[in-house]
Write a protein that binds this ligand. Structure first.
Ligand SMILES: Nc1ncnc2c1ncn2[C@@H]1O[C@H](COP(=O)(O)OP(=O)(O)OP(=O)(O)O)[C@@H](O)[C@H]1O
Ligand SMILES: [Mg+2]
Length: 229
């Protein structure tokens, strides 16, 4: 069953087509990687799927609802209820600690729960950094806080834009293991990456070039529940 369908979407900025007639479908429970050179439209596409932006042309069906036609209020609700976001730029609240940043996400969804927020930090290996401000965390640590924040409300769809871009191998493996487990539990994952190893963890890779789908590659070697060490 399709969770997401992009139907002939374009995003046009003046002369530039950041996305140019892109059609993509993602099944419920699928793990998809998005690759492509810098400027090829990956973040633009993720922002549209994540209900933070609208296409200039085309339809975006999420769970059968055309989100390109929804009001910004409705989009906020859809995002809150269904989607966990890991941004390329972290977007942490800079005067709140790591654990508080996660609790903000719980607050907007339902109710803050510090114990659960601390457990989420534990899962990304950051329990001992819980009370640090973003400015006191390394880039890789901030990125892992963002992963914990995206998982906290058990979203059905995780959108991750370069979630391992700042991570060393050990921490990249922590994130891939989390993704692998979430996928096994039925979560749909869409992951933008420049890293072939991160793409190979997914079931399928969609390659964008100049705002168009250049090709799609099925990962025949995909292993459900694979452990990265
Ligand atoms: N708000 C905007 N106004 C004008 N042009 C934009 C805007 N946002 C993005 N673009 C342009 O759209 C194109 C696609 O940008 P996008 O951020 O989607 O690329 P990307 O594939 O995510 O690249 P990267 O790998 O560097 O993150 C780029 O040429 C960019 O300059
Ligand atoms: Mg980008």
């Amino acid at each position: 069953m399709s969770l997401l369908e992009l139907k002939n979407i374009s995003k046009i900025y003046g002369e530039l087509k950041a996305l140019d007639n892109v059609s993509v479908h993602v099944d419920q429970g699928e793990w998809v990687a998005i690759m492509g050179p810098s400027g090829s439209g990956k973040s633009t596409m993720m922002n549209i799927i994540g209900c933070m932006d609208k296409p200039s042309l085309g339809e975006v069906l999420l769970d059968g609802v055309d989100i390109s036609k929804e009001s910004s209020r409705a989009l906020t609700n859809i995002r809150r209820d269904k989607i966990g976001l890991i941004f390329q730029q972290f977007h942490m609240v800079n005067y709140l600690t790591a654990v508080e940043n996660i609790m903000v996400s719980q607050y907007y969804h339902s109710m803050p729960d510090e114990k659960e927020a601390l457990e989420a930090l534990e899962r990304v290996g950051l329990r001992d950094r819980a009370h640090h401000l973003p400015s006191q965390l390394s880039g890789g640590e901030q990125q892992r806080v963002c992963v914990a924040r995206a998982l906290i409300n058990h979203p059905e769809l995780i959108l991750a834009d370069e979630p391992t871009g700042n991570l060393d191998e050990t921490n990249e493996n922590i994130v891939l293991n989390l993704f692998s487990q979430l996928h096994k539990e039925g979560t749909t994952l869409i992951v933008v990456t420049h890293d072939p190893e991160v793409a190979e963890a997914a079931q399928r890779t969609i390659v964008l070039e100049h705002g168009r789908v250049a090709r799609e590659v099925i990962n025949e070697g995909f292993i459900e529940g694979r452990q990265y060490v």
